[in-house]
Design a protein around this ligand. Sequence first.
Ligand SMILES: Nc1nc2c(ncn2[C@@H]2O[C@H](COP(=O)(O)OP(=O)(O)OP(=O)(O)O)[C@@H](O)[C@H]2O)c(=O)[nH]1
Length: 194
Amino acid sequence: MSLIDAAKAKLPTAWGEFEIHALEDEETQKEHVALTMGDLTGDEPVLVRIHSECLTGDALFSMRCDCGPQLEAALQKIAEAGRGVLLYLRQEGRGIGLVNKIRAYALQDQGMDTVEANEKLGFAADARDFSLAGKTLQALNVKTIKLMTNNPRKVASIESAGITVEERVPMQYGKNPHNEKYLSTKHGKLGHLF
Ligand SMILES: Nc1nc2c(ncn2[C@@H]2O[C@H](COP(=O)(O)OP(=O)(O)OP(=O)(O)O)[C@@H](O)[C@H]2O)c(=O)[nH]1
């Protein structure tokens, strides 16, 4: 699988100026995004967020999940550090796509949790592939990172790509009455850490 750094430009944001890289996955034809800030070379670990697409949370202000607040917090932390990478991977709905995620929401409205709903639809609880994240960091020449996540699977898969995760930075943001069950299921069934 190869990833093409197809285009890059400056991206001023509410938190500071990033560089945006449009990445094309030759195998799946999917387009992903990397936002970078500062000089990524050297021995000092780079602050990294690997964020999976969540249209409802990232763009439509949904309170069913914690994705939007995590995305904002990650950009803010990178800007404060003046250095870092945010990978935005097009793996909507933990890899099952938008339509199936909304089907899963409808099942959750009937009482299932997020894992049971995925399984009822015939999918794994988490159908994502993080190998692309490892490849992108390698392409950006990033070798040692501080990874902003509560998900131990992300840590394991990025390490298996040969990247050293020197520290895990917890990302507890955006808890609200609508996502309480979702967050406790991620903790209880998907092994998410606090
Ligand atoms: N199938 C499904 N996907 C969901 C649901 N709620 C949110 N998502 C998706 O879950 C993913 C969350 O991505 P991330 O925030 O990067 O990852 P995470 O596994 O929660 O780990 P961290 O946030 O890094 O701790 C996004 O792709 C969302 O679209 C749901 O109820 N069902």
